[in-house]
Each structure stands twice: as C-alpha cells, then as structure tokens.
Ligand binder design. Structure first.
Ligand SMILES: [Zn+2]
Length: 298
C-alpha cells in the first residue's frame, strides 16, 4: 500500500529550513532521494537505517542499550516524578546514550484538535503550554542526546531524533501515513533522525527508508513470530502453509517446516523470532548498500 505513494512522494521537494541548530548526535553521510544513510554518534556509533530492538528500549539499567525510552507521562503521575526518573536515567547512562523524553502519546485516531490541545497542555516536550499554564515549567528535558515525539500541528523543539507518533496504526492508511510523514519532514530540521515505531517488516523496510525513515524497530517481526508467521523480504507466510523454509539463515539452515511444527509453541516462536529478525537485518543491510550505490529506487 505504501508503495503507491512512493513515487508521488519523491516528486516533492522538501523545504529544508536550517533555522534550528542541527543535531550534534546524528549525521547524514549519503542521500539517495529522500533515503539516507547516516550515523548516530552515540557511545558506539550506530549506522542508520537502524533497527531498534523494542524489547530493550526500556532497559536502561542493564546492558549497553544506546537508544532508550523514558516512557509515558501517564506512568509517572506528575512532571516532577518524570523529571526525577529522567535525571536518574541520564546519570546512569551518560550523555552519549539517546533518551526519548517522557511523552504524552495519543493515538492518531484521536480528533486532531482535542489531542493537540490536550498534548500541548501536558506534553513536557513543548513550549506551547507556557500560555496555558504560566506557572508550570513545561519542559522536562536533559543534557545529551534526546528524542522527542512528533505530532502534526504541534510545535517542534530541537531534538536529535523525532518519533513519528502512532506510525504503527497508520499502516492501513497510506494517505494519512504519507501526509503525516510529509508534515514531519517539513517541520523538523533536515539532518535529524526519524523513527517510525511499530511498523517495519522485511517486505516494507525498503519503502519506509525510501520515504525518509532512518530508524525502525523489530516490534512487528517479533509479534509475527508469536503468531507462527514466517517473514521474507517478499511477504509473510503462515508456517504451516509452507512446504519448505525458503531462508537459509543460521536458524533455518538446520531446520525444516516439520521440525518447527513439532516444537512446542514457545520454542517455535523463539526460532521464528530469530529468523524474522535475521531477515529484517539482512533487508536493512541490503537497503543501506542500495542507498550507497544510488539504486534504492530501482
Ligand atoms: Zn531464516
């Protein structure tokens, strides 16, 4: 579905406005149309397009996870609590880890005005509510690399990464996805990273990058695994509908469909998860190569 808008999208010329200072933590290295390869300059540099492991986003106090989500404001009950939590995170992980600031998320289906008004009044990432609540410091922020959520119609603040809010629920509405992405791209500085959560599959990874997405995650491929869905770059298959495993990755090489079907549900899901993640990683690596070669559109 997204592909329908792809070529149309490419005919747009983005008005890149360099009014905002550019990010210190992301650099674009090469472009091919709207697609780009770049680098997030964190503790260990991360090449983009990049896949976030969703399961690690909240694990700030274990492992060396370089992109973290500070969570929703709903969880904290007050801005003070959210700020305290954010400061604690930052003290532990250091400045060269990217933290997505505490956010107030609304599904995109929420009526625009209501969502925007409510978000402006509550969202810590915005300046707008200075007028609504002059006594309250509206900004919960921190030093170092940060990410913020983007919602069409809201003010944009300086950030190293923008999260396309609710991207996952736009999957079946290409026009709305396209319009939201276009508005995002026209609103944020050109050289910042754009993350579309909960949307990427091997079959649509290339088109998402083609449209200008730098960062995706593995949410959908993990969910597919737990639903016995075997992913390939050209589509998805129910495992029991396959005669053989078309992939020869490290997980599939020593297995056939019968072996997988004979496993208990949990073990099968774990194997499928490994395979599905392998396919997505392979697809993204291929996409990066095609951007360098200038052949992503072919
Ligand atoms: Zn495989």
């Amino acid at each position: 579905m997204l592909k329908v808008f792809g070529d149309f999208y490419q005919t747009f010329t983005f008005t890149y406005e360099y009014l905002h200072p550019m990010t210190d933590y992301f650099e674009v290295q090469h472009r091919d149309g709207a697609a780009r390869v770049g680098k997030l300059l964190l503790n260990t540099p991360i090449r983009t397009p990049h896949i976030i492991e969703t399961g690690k986003l909240r694990k700030w106090n274990e492992g060396n996870n370089l992109i973290l989500d500070a969570g929703s404001l709903w969880e904290y009950g007050s801005k003070e609590n959210a700020k305290e939590h954010l400061d604690e995170m930052r003290a532990v992980v250091g400045d060269d880890t990217l933290i997505i600031l505490p956010h107030q998320s609304f599904p995109p289906a929420a009526p625009g005005d209501v969502a925007i008004k409510a978000a402006d009044a509550l969202d810590p990432n915005l300046n707008l509510n200075l007028n609504l609540n002059p006594g309250i410091d509206p900004i919960i922020t921190t030093s170092g690399a940060i990410g913020t959520t983007f919602r069409a119609g809201q003010k944009v603040r300086k950030s190293d990464l923008y999260v396309m809010e609710g991207a996952g629920s736009l999957e079946n509405n290409s026009r709305r996805f396209f319009n939201t992405l276009l508005e995002l791209k026209n609103s944020v500085p050109a050289d910042t990273a754009v993350y579309a959560p909960n949307l990427c599959l091997p079959e649509n990874a290339a088109i998402l990058v083609y449209l200008g997405i730098d960062i995706v995650d593995d949410t959908r491929v993990v969910i597919a695994a737990y639903n016995d869905i075997y992913l390939t770059s050209s589509g998805r298959f129910y495992l029991d509908a396959l005669a053989e495993l078309p992939c020869k990755c490290e997980t599939c090489a020593h297995l056939d469909v019968k072996d997988l079907m004979a496993m208990d549900k949990k073990e099968r899901a774990q194997r499928l998860e490994k395979h599905n993640k392998n396919v997505l990683r392979t697809e993204l690596a291929l996409v990066r190569e095609r951007i360098w070669a200038g052949t992503l559109r072919e």
